[in-house]
Design a protein around this ligand. Structure first.
Ligand code: PLP
Length: 411
C-alpha cells in the first residue's frame, strides 16, 4: 500500500536546519535527490565541528593537559553515542574508520590468516564495489573462492539459491543491508541465521540503511556491521566498523603504528586493547564529533514520521514516473528503501542527468559503483533519485517536469 504524506511532519522546519538547501543552481532552487551518494548536513553538525576546532582541539589519548583531555572525552563520547545508536553491547566494539569502504577493507584484510584455499566467501549480485573488491583480493591472497548469491528480476536475493550455495566451506557471508542502486532492503536477519548454521562470519554493509531504519546489531546478531558518517547527515572521512568483541579479538591489526600499541621494543610489539588495536595513528576527532552531532540531530526529530515522509515521496515519485512512456524501473523489490533507479529506453542516463541539472535537479547517473549488477540487468547505468526527509512532493513534481522536458529534447 502506498505511504501517505503526514501533515504533522513539518518539512519546512526540517529544511531550515540544512543551509545548503537554500540556494539556486542555474537560476532555480536546488532540488537534492542524491542522498544515497551523500546526505546534506544540518547546522548543528557544522557548528559542532567548528566549535571543536575553536575550543577543544588537541591530539587524543595520553595527554595530561586540559585540551587533550577534552578532545579525548569528545572522541570517546562519540564512540559511546554510536554504540548506543546501533545498540552495540560494548563501546569498544565500535571502531572508528574513514567510512564503509575502509571498514570492509579492515575486516577482509585482518581475517586473512583465518582463510585458506578450501574456503568460500559469499556476497550477492547487488553489492557495491566496496563489498566486492576487498573479498576478491582476499581470495587472490588465500586461494579461497568468491561465490555470488543470485537475485531475481525484482532485485531480491534468491534465498533458495542461497540455501544451495551455503555449506560448511562457507567462511564469510558479506552483504548489503539496503542496495544503493535498487533500494532493496535485504532479509539480512534470515541470511545471518543461515550463515550461523554453518559457523560462517557475517558482515552487513549498512551504508544505505543507517539513515533510514533503526539498527540493532545485537538483535541482528551479525558479526560485523559497517556504515559511513556522511550518509547519516554527518561529515565525510568518518565511518564505523562494529564488530562483536570475540570477532574483533580474532582479527589481526589492520594498520600498525602509534595508538594501536601497548608496548614497543625493537624486538617486539604488544598490541593495544579494543578498540585502539584497530585505530592506528591520530584519528579523525572532528569527524567523530560531527558524527555524534548528526546522531543527536536524528534523535531530535520524529524519525518515524521522517521515514514515513521519505517513503511517501518514494511512492508518489514512483507513481508519477510510471506514467512516463518507455521508462523501466530497475529494482522493484517488495521491501524497498526510498531509492528509485530507472532508465528511459534509448536515452543515455548521463544526458538526462545533465538536463535535469539545468533545472537544478541533482540526481545520480551511471553504474553507482555496482558494475556487476549493471551487467546482470544488461545496462550500462541508471538514473537514480534517492530521497531524504528534507525533500518535498513539490520537488518531485519539478523532477517529473524536467524529465519530460529532457525526454522531449533528447528524443
Ligand atoms: N556500500 C554501499 C551500499 C554504498 O552505497 C556505499 C557508498 O555509496 C559504500 C558501501 C561505500 O561508502 P563510502 O564511500 O562512504 O566508504
Amino acid at each position: 500500500m502506498n505511504k501517505e504524506f503526514n501533515k504533522m511532519f513539518d518539512v519546512e522546519t526540517i529544511r531550515s536546519d540544512f543551509p545548503i538547501l537554500n540556494q539556486e543552481i542555474n537560476g532555480s532552487p536546488l532540488i537534492y535527490f542524491d542522498n544515497a551518494a551523500s546526505t546534506q548536513k544540518p547546522k548543528s553538525v557544522i557548528t559542532s565541528i567548528s566549535n571543536y576546532y575553536k575550543k577543544d582541539h588537541s591530539n587524543v589519548h595520553r595527554g595530561v593537559h586540559s585540551l587533550s583531555v577534552r578532545a579525548t572525552e569528545a572522541y570517546e563520547e562519540s564512540r559511546r553515542s554510536i554504540a548506543q545508536f546501533i545498540n552495540a553491547a560494548h563501546d569498544y566494539e565500535i571502531i572508528l574508520t574513514k567510512g564503509s569502504t575502509e571498514s570492509i577493507n579492515l575486516v577482509a584484510n585482518s581475517i586473512t590468516p583465518q582463510i585458506n584455499k578450501e574456503d568460500e566467501i559469499l556476497i550477492t549480485t547487488m553489492e557495491h564495489h566496496s563489498n566486492i573488491v576487498p573479498w576478491q583480493e582476499l581470495c587472490i591472497r588465500t586461494g579461497a573462492k568468491l561465490k555470488v548469491i543470485p537475485i531475481n528480476t525484482n532485485g531480491e536475493i534468491d534465498l533458495n539459491a542461497l540455501s544451495q550455495l551455503i555449506n560448511k566451506r562457507t567462511r564469510f557471508v558479506s552483504l548489503v543491508h539496503v542496495s544503493n542502486t535498487l533500494g532493496t532492503i535485504n532479509p539480512v536477519k534470515a541470511v545471518i541465521e543461515m550463515a550461523k548454521s554453518v559457523n560462517a562470519y557475517t558482515l552487513i554493509d549498512g551504508a544505505q540503511a543507517v539513515a533510514h531504519m533503526d539498527i540493532d546489531v545485537q538483535s541482528l546478531d551479525c558479526d560485523f556491521y559497517v556504515f559511513s558518517g556522511h550518509k547519516l547527515y554527518g561529515p565525510t572521512g568518518i565511518g564505523v566498523l562494529y564488530g562483536k568483541e570475540e570477532c574483533l579479538q580474532s582479527l589481526t591489526p589492520y594498520q600498525y603504528g602509534g595508538e594501536m600499541i601497548l608496548k614497543v621494543t625493537f624486538e617486539e610489539t604488544t598490541y593495544n586493547e579494543l578498540p585502539h588495536k584497530f585505530e592506528a595513528g591520530t584519528p579523525n576527532m572532528a569527524g567523530a564529533v560531527g558524527l555524534r552531532s548528526a546522531i543527536d540531530y536524528l534523535g531530535s526529530i520524529d524519525l518515524d514520521m521522517a521515514r514515513n515522509h521519505e517513503m511517501a515521496l518514494h511512492d508518489y515519485a514512483l507513481n508519477q514516473l510510471l506514467l512516463i512512456p518507455n521508462i523501466e524501473i530497475i529494482g522493484t523489490a517488495n521491501n524497498k528503501s526510498a531509492i528509485i533507479s530507472f532508465i528511459i529506453k534509448k536515452l543515455h542516463p548521463h544526458d538526462i542527468g545533465t538536463i535535469l541539472n539545468q533545472k537544478a535537479v541533482a540526481v545520480r547517473t551511471g553504474h553507482h559503483c555496482t558494475m556487476p549488477l549493471m551487467d546482470h540487468y544488461k545496462i550500462s547505468g541508471t538514473i537514480r533519485a534517492s530521497f531524504s526527509f528534507y525533500n518535498t512532493k513539490d520537488e518531485v513534481d519539478v523532477m517529473i517536469e524536467a524529465l519530460d522536458m529532457a525526454i522531449n529534447m533528447l528524443s
